[in-house]
Design a protein around this ligand. Structure first.
Ligand code: UFG
Length: 326
């Protein structure tokens, strides 16, 4: 089976492509390289530099590579950025998904694994969050992904698509060869590691007045290889279940301050930190109930402690101090 991985030159896409190849699948990576890195595309995967919004190009790639399933990672995915540039988020994440689905429909490809997000829930009434919690995003990023999920349901009803929408909580960690390299970097763990390494003066703590035990935001950090595993399991289960939204998290919430402590334990270095105002669009607490993914997909996250996750991110950073170097 040949799998098209859109965004396979990015963080979660490249790790999943690597694991798909390890599981014996053929992989074609499609990435426009605006945020991805050519050298992140795993060896053994075919690579095409293209944008998912280019339907004609996508149709040709689907046909030429005999694609049977699409895993769609390419998207704009920063909560903060979405609060200043909503057009980018609706254009890339909503228009992008429609163009891709249309190209698939034309080519008769109907299996789709979608990178969705915890940001679809907004400020949840209860944590851990089950999949049937209200979808009330507090930022355009979450709104764009929630909209794409609704669009997918119509392609399922009308065109017979089979899909899984995997709602990631906070992806972190690395495989041996693939890790997190964003420009600009905005995520907490890589920024804290970089501050610990002395590459930046300090880390800004965005808000200390949230309704959480220590006043900083709480998130559920999940290892990127565990996320990749879930994609492979979801692919194997397509069409077997009526459920198609799955939360992927560890079910444990850690505050910003707890993450900084973990980074200090793992690196043995101090993280210089300064207080800063809240970042617009940030919900106070996002923690997953992943009971559905465990029950239906048979998903078992393997690297569950915050220290293990941070250790792998730190190991990758030490192996590749310049990231992918492009
Ligand atoms: N934070 C800081 N300082 C920083 C960076 C982040 O205090 O310099 C805080 C944020 O305010 C937030 C937490 O650390 O409370 C985590 O922030 P990240 O930017 O690492 O991640 P987000 O929670 O904003 O978003 C991530 C992904 C989204 C996904 C979301 C789901 O980027 O795509 O997790 O929980 F939707």
């Amino acid at each position: 089976m040949s799998v098209l991985v859109s965004g396979g030159a990015g963080y979660i896409g490249s790790v999943t492509a690597e694991m798909l190849l390890g599981a014996g699948r053929r992989v074609v990576v499609v990435d426009n390289l605006t945020r991805g890195h050519r050298s992140a595309v795993p060896e053994g995967a075919a690579f095409v530099e293209a944008d998912v919004r280019d339907s004609a190009r996508l149709e040709a790639i689907l046909g030429e590579h005999g694609v049977e399933c699409v895993m769609h990672f390419s998207a704009s995915s920063l909560v903060g950025e979405s609060m200043t540039d909503p057009g980018e988020y609706f254009g890339n994440n909503v228009v992008g998904v429609i163009r891709l689905l249309e190209a698939m429909h034309t080519q008769g490809v109907r299996d789709f694994i979608f990178s969705s997000t915890a940001a679809t829930y907004g400020e949840p009434p209860e944590v851990p969050i089950p999949e049937d919690a209200p979808v009330r995003p507090t930022n355009p990023y979450g709104e764009s992904k929630a909209t794409a999920e609704r669009i997918l349901r119509w392609y399922e009803t009308i065109h017979g698509f089979r899909f899984a929408a995997l709602r990631y909580f906070n992806a972190a960690g690395a495989s041996r060869d693939h890790g997190e390299d964003h420009d600009p970097e905005t995520h907490l763990i890589p920024l804290a590691l970089s501050a610990a390494a002395g590459e930046r003066e300090s880390l800004a703590i965005f808000g200390r007045d949230y309704p959480t035990p220590d006043g900083t935001c709480v998130r559920d950090y999940i290892h990127v290889q565990d996320l990749a595993d879930a994609h492979i399991l979801a692919l194997g289960k397509l069409g077997e279940t009526k459920e198609n939204a799955f939360n992927l998290g560890n079910g444990e919430g850690y505050s910003v301050l707890e993450v900084l402590s973990a980074v200090e334990r793992v690196t043995g270095k101090q993280v210089p930190a300064v207080d800063a105002p809240r970042r617009p669009g940030d919900p106070a607490r996002l923690v997953a109930s992943s009971a559905r993914a465990k029950k239906i997909l048979g998903w078992r996250p393997k690297r569950v402690t915050l220290d293990e996750i941070v250790r792998d991110a730190w190991a990758w950073k030490q192996r590749f101090p310049e990231g992918y170097g492009d």
